[in-house]
Ligand binder design. Structure first.
Ligand code: URP
Ligand code: ZN
Ligand code: ZN
Ligand code: ZN
Length: 479
């Protein structure tokens, strides 16, 4: 036994139990009764004191954009700073997005992103592939992508001229993905309609960030989500809706799931905690992301969706741009503000705040932050679990101490916090990854570049045999 975590309350989706965790090398050996680990430890073992603490499986954030190019800019965190911030925040695995360069193969994007991550990342990482141009030639390379461990692709109904794919291309992507056992992820907002609304707002002289919200109404997210669900049904492809923010989209996902369709959805902390009103306030440009922040009505629906199982994961969509990169467009053109919020460091703290506020149970928090994302994307039980043989990735979490979130203290390379001044209850104390203590008392103490690439198998999610139960009408009544 090389490491023991003693005296904590171990949280898994199955429950909260007082237990010691015993680690041998890079893997979990097992859970033992409190007090037993010390006996097994032996003289050379590292001992972590978890008395009064929770012990959680390391978090799995399946939506990050590290070192992402956007025009002339790059998102503020590269794989070094971004994954260090992830670890400090209790996330031990990220699945980032490699981007297919338009007109080229998605394999070129994967090669580029593996280069960006290799030797820099300090937590373990995998990739999904963004298809910026899902041509037949690009789709012909999906088997090679799967062979390299990328078993999910993302397509966009948003961003015409840049990432947008029309319904035909999305259907073809889903057909090929389904045949290969891949998951299709969709950014669901009606980009063509949004572009009209944006042009009209600018013509009216609405130049500030508030118009970013008003030109991306929730109903256009609901519509695009429903459309993606229909296309996935026709292609018989498992669907994962990313960064779901709207009650209308949630209702569509809930309906599809009740019919038995393999549809899964994630939301992000920003859609749970930050109000659309921030876009119209001072520094509104800090809050520009797509889909946009929404009203309390949507936030309440999302919390309910998380608690009752209509939403399956919480990821961050971490894609920060610094203030100086946003400032030039303030009062000039909101549509040019680079999109995306920082958040990779605070996903667990914010979900735990949901527990503190009585919105989620601890078990559900672990499901949303670790076990379900790992399951959906082919990483479970190696990641997202504390079963014997799993990678020894775990978090010692202090559920009672309070902290104030602030750019002055965070580890992310971005110069502002979307949660500046917010006080939450709960603090990450230590983090173990593959049996090594990498965070101690909130400080990163691991070896630079220690993260490993995680190839992810296809064929994890399937399509049910036969036709789907036609319960749509019933579900509509209830929704
Ligand atoms: O505003 C966002 N979410 N930027 C990141 C890219 C994306 O669409 O996920
Ligand atoms: Zn997106
Ligand atoms: Zn994203
Ligand atoms: Zn920057």
């Amino acid at each position: 036994m090389t490491l023991v975590v003693e005296g904590g309350q171990v949280v898994t989706p199955e429950g909260v139990v007082a237990a010691d965790v015993v680690v041998a090398g890079e893997q979990v050996a097992g859970l033992v009764a409190p007090g037993q680990a010390g006996v097994l430890a032996g003289p050379g073992a590292t001992r972590l004191d978890a008395r009064g603490m929770l012990v959680l499986p390391g978090g799995v954030d399946v939506h990050t954009h590290l070192d992402m190019p956007l025009g002339e800019l790059r998102s503020a965190d590269d794989f070094a700073s971004g994954t260090e911030a992830a670890l400090v925040g209790g996330t031990t695995t990220v699945v980032d997005f490699c981007v297919q360069p338009r007109g080229q193969s998605p394999l070129a994007g994967l090669a580029e992103w593996r280069e960006l991550a290799e030797g820099r990342a300090v937590c373990d990482y995998g990739f999904h592939a963004i298809l910026s141009d899902p041509s037949e030639a690009a789709l012909a390379d999906l088997p090679a992508l799967v062979a390299e461990g990328v078993s999910s692709v993302k397509v966009f109904t948003a961003y015409p001229g840049r990432l947008y794919a029309d319904d035909g291309r999305i259907l073809r992507t889903m057909q090929e993905a389904a045949a290969l056992g891949m998951v299709c992820m969709v950014h669901a907002e009606n980009g063509l309609a949004i572009d009209v609304l944006v042009a009209q707002a600018l013509a009216r002289g609405e130049l500030g960030p508030a118009a970013h919200g008003t030109t991306r109404p929730s109903v256009l997210e609901g519509e695009a989500t429903q459309r993606a669900i229909c296309l996935a049904e026709v292609a018989r492809c498992p669907l994962y809706v990313v960064h779901l923010s709207a009650a209308e989209a949630l209702a569509a996902v809930r309906r599809a799931r009740r019919r038995g369709q393999p549809v899964f959805a994630e939301t992000c902390p920003q859609y749970l905690f930050l109000d659309e009103g921030l876009l119209g306030g001072p520094g509104g440009e800090r809050f520009v992301c797509s889909p946009p922040l929404r009203s309390t009505r949507h936030q309440e629906a999302l919390w309910r969706g998380l608690a009752r199982g209509d939403l399956q994961t919480v990821a961050t969509d971490h894609c920060p741009f610094c203030l100086a990169e946003r400032a030039p467009w303030v009062g000039v053109d909101f549509s040019k503000i680079p999109n995306g919020l920082p958040g990779i460091e605070h996903r667990l703290d914010l979900l735990h705040q949901g527990v503190v506020e009585g919105r989620l149970t601890l078990e559900r928090m672990v499901e949303l932050a670790a076990s379900t994302p790992a399951r959906l994307f082919g990483l479970w039980p190696k990641k997202g679990s504390l079963l014997p043989g799993a990678d020894a990735d775990l978090v010692v979490y202090d559920p009672r101490s309070r902290q104030e979130l602030s750019a002055s203290r965070h580890h992310m390379a971005v110069d502002y916090s979307a949660y500046e001044g917010m006080v939450v209850t709960g603090v990450v104390r230590s983090v173990v990854q593959r049996g090594e203590v990498v965070v101690r008392d909130g400080r990163f103490v691991g070896r630079p570049g220690r993260g490993r690439y995680l190839p992810r198998p296809a064929g994890v999610l399937g399509w049910p045999t036969g036709t789907l139960a036609d319960e749509g009408v019933e579900a509509d009544k209830e929704a």
